[in-house]
Design a protein around this ligand. Sequence first.
Ligand code: GLN
Length: 183
Amino acid sequence: MLALQGDVREHARMVAASGGVPREIRTAADLEGIDALIIPGGESTTIGRLATLYGLVDPLRNRIADGLPTLGTCAGMIFLSTAVTGGDQPLLGALDMVVERNAFGRQNESFECDLAVEGWKDAFPAVFIRAPVVERTAPDIEVLASHEGRPVLVRKDHVMACAFHPELTGDQRVHRMLIDLVA
Ligand code: GLN
């Protein structure tokens, strides 16, 4: 897990429960020898600012471009995208899509729903907290789940992102999907 800010501990718990060994990434050297990467929820502006400060932006971009299986959740989804509507913040640009921050459930800020996911028999209990809305995706991005007509779980090859927080549920299917991408 990229451990600059956000809900790193919750992801660590899910990785361990899904059969992985969690590790915290704070420097470029920490990226050596990892099999997969999770960028947690939190504040994407803070994560981007700290990643820039610690010289992590290019090393992250390179490792992801080299095929490192990656999952970004909520703020992590924003950080993986190519553009934020009306915003100017450091982004990794690993998923060719435009997102708008804090755009889901503005009145409530947070909500839960049973999400139908492509290929899954049972719905996923998705928790949204000031979640980004995906406004536009490149045609090569696969949309695995949508809510109110907006993509909320997307994937391109080895890079996945979701607008919700799978680490805040007891359901390990999203984390397992990432672990399954490890060759
Ligand atoms: N609103 C946050 C952002 O824009 C994301 C919220 C979250 O990760 N729960 O970065």
